[in-house]
Design a binder for this molecule. Sequence first.
Ligand SMILES: *[C@@H]1O[C@H](CO)[C@@H](O)[C@H](O)[C@H]1NC(C)=O
Ligand SMILES: *[C@@H]1O[C@H](CO)[C@@H](O)[C@H](O)[C@H]1NC(C)=O
Ligand SMILES: *[C@@H]1O[C@H](CO)[C@@H](O)[C@H](O)[C@H]1NC(C)=O
Ligand SMILES: *[C@@H]1O[C@H](CO)[C@@H](O)[C@H](O)[C@H]1NC(C)=O
Ligand SMILES: *[C@@H]1O[C@H](CO)[C@@H](O)[C@H](O)[C@H]1NC(C)=O
Length: 503
Amino acid sequence: MIPCRSLCLAARLSTLLAICVTSLCHPFPTYQEKFFNQTLDHFHPESKATWLQRYLYNDVHWTGSGRLINGCRGPILFYTGNEGDITDFWGVNGFMIETLAPKWGALLVFPEARYFGKSLPFGDASYTAENLVYLSTEQILEDYVKLLNFVKKSVRAAHNCPVVAFGGSYGGTLTTFLRVAYPSVVVGGLASSAPIGYYDKDGWSAHNVTEYTWSDIATGNYAKLSGVFTHPRCLDAIQAASIAIDATPIREVVDAFHVCSAAALGPNVPSELFAYALESLPQMNYPYPIGSRPAWPVRQVCDIMVAAGGSAAELIRAAANVTDTFFGWDGKNCIPALPEGPGGVPGDGPGPGPWGWQSCTENLHEFSARGLRNYSFDLERSARAPCRELFNGTVTPATSALADRFGGYKIPFSGVTNLIWSNGGLDPWHGGGFLPWFPPASGSEAQSNHRIFMPNAAHHLDLRGPHPDDPPDVTNARILEEKVIWGWIVEASKKESPSSAVW
Ligand SMILES: *[C@@H]1O[C@H](CO)[C@@H](O)[C@H](O)[C@H]1NC(C)=O
Ligand SMILES: *[C@@H]1O[C@H](CO)[C@@H](O)[C@H](O)[C@H]1NC(C)=O
Ligand SMILES: *[C@@H]1O[C@H](CO)[C@@H](O)[C@H](O)[C@H]1NC(C)=O
Ligand SMILES: *[C@@H]1O[C@H](CO)[C@@H](O)[C@H](O)[C@H]1NC(C)=O
Ligand SMILES: *[C@@H]1O[C@H](CO)[C@@H](O)[C@H](O)[C@H]1NC(C)=O
């Protein structure tokens, strides 16, 4: 993949040759792209409509080297694809692909969530309100159950192989719900940075969560940085820049930020684009460069902001440098209004397209902000009204739907077993995660599931492949995860007797 290649190139050109001798620099494994004839509506058996669901498939290591005592050729590692093109998730899941699959002789299957990437049930017409009605968490989970049944039946010697689910972010939420709702389909799951608690507002106060939690954690990256490094003046410079932007005539702000129109600055105040970039970076605050992003990108922002002089013009120039870098401005063409941001709501929220639809039905994040910007969430103004406008008045957010259906904060205590929830301290989404201390694990819950906290990790860093610059908490998390998951696989293969149907 590109990050590795550019890293190798950089290493070759500089004296950092040591990096190149690590396992990092072999090319990232590839996949076969396959399509499965999937049911459109799993809940109305009379509806016969189908569509082609894409999945990525790699059996390079599935050679029998991981043969289990029940005759299965090796475990199946299944990534529960979330809101995006599945090929993007392939590259960030080195732990499954580069570490576990070769070690365990495992089969890799990465389905794409319906309505994303190439998995469009209605082709180009998929994003109308009328056609989006088949997009829901339950339909996605049913897709995964069907696809797994198909793989186990159609792939030689796969039929009784234990399947382990993996997922990051909403993918981690899907991994959790898959195990909760279909315990016989997957033997367990690693759910990294799954913000399930954020969907269970009734449980917030008991878990020290408020409407500001997401924003406070994002802001904390610029203020104290969880001990990674500190910038005592960073937040002050950011706030001074925001005030300067909002006090400047809008034409000048549009020019300074190289955007095509005032609308591209955001729906509420002109400093919103800057706030959007600042709020997005903590999730990507990784310890090594990825693509064009440097190691610890929050530190780079703080360096730029702190180095700026105190005048309004200097602060605005520095803030524009931050957004230009964040959006990858080409130095020539203006930056258009982005469909996915900045929306009015911190984190993410109502927008056009499939994830906007999910926000407007079941996946709404009800976040206010302070620190990097001031924003007060209001259900009618922040969500209901924009959702009506986006989807022709057909939907209104059902804010407790996921918690009502799957259990929210009660999940770890529901009797479900074999789940690992891992979260990163730098990542604003950990505020909605199942954390080790809230409430403390006890008795059978502690034995059945694991809750891991990595203070120096951003969004699902543990799912990436190992890197020499990984913080020890992340390295240790992967060691524990590997040991625990292998235990599930061995246990499951003992329970399933060898079947005559083994080919
Ligand atoms: C998918 O399955 C349906 C129903 O079995 C069938 O009618 C249709 O032709 C299949 N489509 C493709 C592309 O295989
Ligand atoms: C809303 O309705 C208009 C007019 O019928 C249609 O063109 C548009 O595609 C609809 N939008 C969505 C998201 O369905
Ligand atoms: C509760 O949250 C606040 C702020 O978000 C934090 O400072 C505090 O340490 C948390 N308390 C516990 C017990 O985690
Ligand atoms: C941002 O500032 C840095 C340091 O002054 C400079 O090297 C870089 O080219 C600037 N980037 C942009 C996009 O303005
Ligand atoms: C938010 O409001 C407070 C109080 O009015 C103000 O001090 C602060 O500078 C504002 N923050 C930003 C980022 O605009």
